[in-house]
Design a protein around this ligand. Structure first.
Ligand SMILES: C[S@@+](CC[C@H](N)C(=O)[O-])C[C@H]1O[C@@H](n2cnc3c(N)ncnc32)[C@H](O)[C@@H]1O
Ligand code: SF4
Length: 269
């Protein structure tokens, strides 16, 4: 998306007192750009960072790893509402999660993580094909390591460490089909708005019949009801996922104060 548009969106959300956040691997960030975004009202950043050890997958991952570290250092010097690290979990870094959480928490940074996802052929999936991640993903045989790590994280979460995935999500990691098959299914949507204004209910499943059908510029309560009805029908065809934010969105839609958890206003859930 063009930088001007991002600045406009951030400024508008700040004006109407809506929480905003950017997810980035830091590659295109400079100190000047960060300050410009903050001056326009940016109040939260999530930085993709997979490892503390520097055992990078390839050259591109190494560049992203260095960029993410640099951006985090810059963010720590600024007064952001919150700062989070997001990890994509493979068999190479799963045992690093507790140490990543300890180091992040010690400087006030939250940690989030998802198992490495692959595309199951669903329309507009942002994930790589299975063959590209096959050798890296956790798979049958890794149950013990998963159980040990998640048990430690559940204890850490109880003790107040800044772990974003909810207790329920950590417990779901211990049910192998969620991790090996990613076949959790959402029951309803939030809104995902593309740069052209098209509204979908998800970023990783976007059926072609929705392209251009609903646009945020002419969305009102009636349109929203129609959208939601069609979307709740369309998602039945999605093969499923295990994105922690998506699982939590569904769970928290059931709770009147669910949004507070997303804004890191409550801990321990
Ligand atoms: C979908 S990405 C998009 C944000 C941005 N383009 C970036 O690379 O940071 C959001 C988060 O998902 C994680 N991620 C990216 N690809 C993934 C994959 N195939 N499986 C699981 N997590 C992934 C990254 O940790 C990233 O922070
Ligand atoms: S199950 Fe739901 S949240 Fe997950 S990818 Fe499909 S539509 Fe998106």
């Amino acid at each position: 998306m063009q930088l001007n548009l991002i600045l406009d969106y951030i400024e508008y959300s700040a004006e109407i007192k809506m929480a905003n956040s950017i997810i980035t691997n830091g590659l295109l960030f400079t100190e000047e750009r960060l300050d410009e975004l903050i001056a326009h009202g940016l109040d939260s950043i999530t930085v993709s960072r997979d490892t503390l050890k520097g055992n990078y997958f390839d050259k591109a991952a190494e560049l992203k790893g260095k960029a993410s570290k640099k951006l985090l250092m810059l963010c720590l010097d600024r007064n952001l509402r919150d700062l989070e690290v997001s990890m994509a979990i493979s068999k190479d870094n799963i045992e690093e999660i507790p140490e990543m959480v300890r180091q992040n928490t010690s400087v006030g940074i939250w940690t989030s993580f998802d198992p490495l996802h692959w595309s199951k052929g669903q329309p507009e999936s942002k994930c790589p094909p299975f063959k590209d991640v096959e050798s890296a993903i956790v798979k049958p045989g890794d149950e013990e390591v998963i159980r040990n790590v998640m048990t430690e994280l559940l204890d850490m979460k109880k003790a107040g460490y800044l772990i974003h995935p909810s207790r329920k999500v950590l417990e779901m990691w211990m049910q192998p089909e969620n991790i090996f098959k990613h076949n959790w299914k959402c029951f309803t949507s939030w809104l995902t708005i593309e740069a052209d204004g098209t509204v979908y209910g998800c970023d990783d499943y976007q059926p072609p019949e929705f392209k251009g059908r609903y646009n945020i510029t002419d969305f009102d309560l009636e349109t929203f009801k129609d959208f939601r009805e069609e979307w709740n029908f369309a998602i039945k065809k999605c093969p499923g996922c295990f994105w922690s934010t998506h699982v939590m969105s569904c769970e928290m839609l059931k709770e009147p104060t669910g949004g507070n958890y997303f804004r890191h206003e409550v801990t321990g859930c």
